[in-house]
Design a protein. Structure first.
Length: 166
């Protein structure tokens, strides 16, 4: 199935999608691709909010805000997510020794990629709702809940991979 089809299908059957992605993964190339694509999409989701922020407060120009977001999402965020996947991998290995590192990374990075359509929607709605509105809070909580649910399902697949390898 296509990447976009799998992203949509992840909301109905996240474990099945990740099992298939893990079986057909090309190792670290797939993991870094999912991570970078998710970071690019999340960066794009920031554009409306940054445009609104630049229009309201002109102390930092729009180009400066975009440059900061670009640096953060495309250079720093991947490093941070690799560190987070390492910490999660250590915890998973304490729970079940032999948990594949790649399975943990794919679970985290796929959860980021699968949540990106919701982040794009949140980014499109944020300027209209305002930063302090209840809608912004609810949409942020929805993104967080979706991410945690997808990550939890992915980590269960990683534990299954460890059990199958044993």
């Amino acid at each position: 199935m296509s990447l976009t089809g799998d992203i949509l299908r992840s909301w109905r059957a996240p474990r099945a999608v990740l099992r298939r992605r893990l079986a057909t993964a090309e190792g670290e190339r797939s993991a870094i691709f999912y991570l970078l694509l998710a970071c690019v999409l999340i960066f794009v989701a920031q554009w409306p909010r940054l445009a609104m922020q630049a229009a309201v407060d002109d102390s930092i120009p729009f180009q400066g805000l975009m440059a900061g977001a670009l640096f953060g999402w495309l250079f720093l965020a991947p490093l941070l997510f690799y560190a987070i996947s390492g910490i999660i991998g250590l915890v998973m290995r304490l729970i079940r020794p032999g948990t594949p590192w790649l399975a943990v990374r794919l679970a985290l990075f796929w959860a980021l990629l699968a949540i990106s359509p919701l982040v794009l929607l949140q980014g499109a709605v944020a300027p209209m709702a305002g930063a302090q509105s209840p809608l912004a809070l609810v949409s942020g909580l929805a993104v967080l809940a979706g991410f945690v649910a997808l990550l939890g399902a992915g980590l269960r697949v990683a534990l299954e991979a460890a059990q199958a390898a044993a």
